[in-house]
Design a protein around this ligand. Sequence first.
Ligand SMILES: [Zn+2]
Length: 265
Amino acid sequence: MSRILITSALPYINGIKHLGNLVGSMLPADVYARFQRQHGREVLFLCATDEHGTPAELAARAAGQTVRDYCKAQHDIQARAGEAFGLSFDHFGRSSNPPNHRLTQHFAAVLEDNGLIEERVDEQIYSVDDQRYLPDRYVEGTCPHCDYEKARGDQCDNCGRLLDPIELKDPYSAISGSKNVEVRQTRHLYLLQSKMQDRIAQWVNSKPNWPHLTKSIAQKWLKEGLRDRSITRDLQWGIPVEREGEKRPGFENKVFYVWFDAPIE
Ligand SMILES: [Zn+2]
């Protein structure tokens, strides 16, 4: 008997999802799961809330809750909404669950053993008043490409470009609004995507049946050239940078970046 694993995009934890999320990702997966079950195939239909990253921390702060309590409450709301719409998940989990920690740490270890991860010293914005680093959306400022004044550290919502926080002009803390920020050096793990360029291009080209849009987005990224990306952050909420239960020296106060752990989950 065929065994079929079905997942849909993981809904992000903050905010109640709108009907477009339901129609665009969960409902097609649900229909497919029901169809396969009716044909007598063994189906495992999984989904989960995507709970790490700075948007969750900022939303928890705005709600006056710890990020842990906030994510638990929001997960329960989203799980109930899924039930109310009759979605037939076999399991609706949480990206913050311990088995996902072990899975993410395992992927990182395998990548490192294959020479695809290295430690690099990185420049990050540090807020003197908040006494902390400001990764991703913790820092806002003016976009260096289009001069939009409320660009976020990881992306400009006006021109859509991905940003590195240190590229922002006139940066300020999204927590306190303080402009008393400076660039400091911090150590991070980098995923060496540039080394994977040829293998990924080959793999994409071996998929003639992908939808046109999917393929053209992949080709666009490959044409621009895959860049090495930092996969750790100076944050508390997230998956600790550990290997077989041991903290990585120098990474005691860091976690994996949400864009590394979420796709694995
Ligand atoms: Zn911009």
